[in-house]
Design a protein around this ligand. Structure first.
Ligand code: NAD
Length: 499
């Protein structure tokens, strides 16, 4: 069986803790590799080396750091097929979806090519007599990222790219469920010219996360994962004096107004609700049709579409709409929540409970489910299911529908489908959710905007990628300078390149 490693000081390093986690093939239920789980001592040693390497990297001019990013873009594109295959093998998502995962990460690396522009400071000429004032954005030193299983390329790249482009060293603790792609990305960064030690990938579980949280050298932590862990990391990291941003779980509502194009809305719900087996933080898990006529018509359009969904392993190629969920425990949890929905009185209009895939009986496949007449007190409404289960909550009015999105504890993404600009504009202005789609079901902002949820979906005050990332991974120093006298002779007039 393959034994995975850590990536330390520019090479693969075997774990020394003696602890391992199994990396499963979710389609077959077989163990395909084991990943070492780092001890506190291993993590701390990697941080010491990273801090040493950061000194020189932080002094490299930002234009040159941008060139490493440019090379990285080329390498990721070169290896797209290989990365997508490794990603699908451990995560289970389809190959086109895995390529999307890599692509959305790659776009943030493209954005980071622009590091020199992003890191330009501010300058006030003659703030007083003979006094100039200027601000610089300086790297923090060592930053760390802790990432979830569901986007094993995109989210590590969202963290590594900006942190490194800003001149930091970076410790990545990827999900132990699918650690191969983050290790491959670290190899590519080395090939792109990143100096050894500046990027360390430390595999592990709670022990290495706690070691990051308590390590005095680590200045900043970016986390993405479930809300209970986000809250834990935010609390402990902040109380240890670190800069922390944590992005948590979600329950994304899509409101369907009576004037919406229902075919468009139904198609959107299928992709956003069941794509990647519902294991996306921006998945739509609640449909809120306004008016019973809209609800009845929408359900009638959804049922045949859901019944046609093809569930299978990524190796079946284009014949598959979505793959297995990530673990046996995730499957059991999803099916248990479906049972609570039935027991608490929701109407299960499409029942995927009996789903079996011949030849893959041990895989973690879950059939698609559609609930109607879901109410806000039910477990399937309150909890994040993170599986192929779409709930319908019927609203009588627009205000009632808006209230559902507003009152839910999560606030990651939301969408409205309507032909009326006034309703859409009102929704975008009032809803207390971080990312809003108007006739767009999964409104994931592009790399040059920022990504982040509100309420229990996001903790901290800066978002991921876009300009916020360059603020998160730097600190501002402001200099006030006066030169009472100076020698004005001996100026050099040759035109010299900065590198
Ligand atoms: P998770 O919270 O189980 O794990 C995330 C990371 O935390 C992993 O690296 C894991 O090793 C670590 N971890 C797990 N338990 C820990 C503990 N007790 N102490 C310290 N560290 C611990 O999340 P997951 O199952 O990998 O990912 C799915 C979750 O992530 C969903 O809730 C989803 O909504 C959320 N998510 C959110 C966003 C966003 O941007 N808001 C994006 C993707 C995923």
């Amino acid at each position: 069986m393959q034994e995975l490693s850590h990536w330390i000081n520019g090479r693969h390093v075997k774990g020394t803790s003696g602890r391992f986690a199994d990396v499963m093939n979710p389609a077959t239920g077989e163990v395909q590799a084991r990943v070492p789980l780092a001890s506190k001592a291993e993590l701390d040693a990697a941080v010491v080396d990273a801090a040493r390497a950061q000194v020189a990297w932080g002094a490299v001019n930002p234009q040159k750091r941008g060139r490493v990013m440019m090379a990285m873009v080329g390498l990721i594109n070169r290896d797209m097929e290989k990365l997508a295959e490794a990603l699908s093998r451990e995560h289970g998502k389809t190959i086109p979806d895995a390529k999307g995962d890599v692509q959305r990460g790659l776009e943030v690396i493209e954005y980071c090519i622009n590091a020199a522009q992003m890191l330009k400071g501010e300058f006030t000429d003659s703030a007083g007599p003979g006094i100039d004032m200027y601000s610089m954005r300086q790297p923090l030193g060592v930053a760390a990222g802790i990432t979830p299983f569901n986007f094993p390329a995109m989210i590590p790249l969202w963290k590594m790219g900006p942190a490194l482009a800003c001149g930091n060293a970076f410790i990545l603790k990827p999900s132990e469920r699918d650690p191969s792609v983050p290790l491959m990305l670290a190899e590519l960064f080395k090939e792109a010219g990143l100096p050894d030690g500046v990027l360390q990938v430390i595999n592990g579980d709670k022990e290495s996360v706690d070691a990051i949280l308590d390590n005095e050298v680590v200045q900043a932590i970016g986390f993405v994962g479930s809300t209970p862990i986000a809250e834990y990391i935010y609390g402990r990291g902040c109380s240890n004096g670190k800069r922390v941003q944590c992005f948590g779980g979600a329950k994304n509502h899509m409101i369907i107004m009576p004037d919406a194009d229902l075919d468009l809305a139904a198609d959107a719900l299928i992709g956003a609700g069941f794509g990647a087996a519902g294991e996306r933080c921006m998945a739509i898990s609640v449909a809120v049709p306004v008016g019973d006529a809209t609800a009845d018509a929408l359900i009638a359009k959804l049922i045949p579409r859901i019944e046609k969904l093809k569930v299978g392993p990524y190796t079946a190629g284009n014949d598959v709409d979505y793959g297995p969920v990530v673990t046996a425990a995730a499957k059991a949890n999803i099916l248990a929540l479906v049972e609570t929905g039935v027991a608490q009185g929701a109407k299960l209009v499409v029942d995927g409970r009996g789903f079996k895939l011949q030849g893959y009986e041990q895989g973690y496949f879950v059939g698609p489910h559609l609930f109607d007449h879901v109410t806000t007190d039910m477990d399937i409404y309150r909890k994040e299911i993170f599986g192929p289960v779409l709930s319908t909550v019927r609203a009588k009015t627009y205000e009632e529908a808006l209230g559902y999105a507003m009152d839910h504890e999560y606030g990651n993404g939301t969408a409205i489908f309507t032909r009326d600009g006034d309703t859409a504009r009102d929704f975008a202005a009032r809803v207390n959710v971080g990312m809003v789609g108007i006739n767009v079901p999964i409104p994931v902002p592009l790399a040059y905007h920022t990504f982040g949820g509100w309420k229990k979906s996001g903790f901290g005050d800066l978002n991921q990628h876009g300009p916020d990332a360059f603020r998160f991974y730097t600190r501002t120093k402001t200099v006030t300078s006066r030169w009472p006298s100076g020698i004005k002779e001996g100026a050099a007039f040759n035109f010299k390149a900065m590198d």
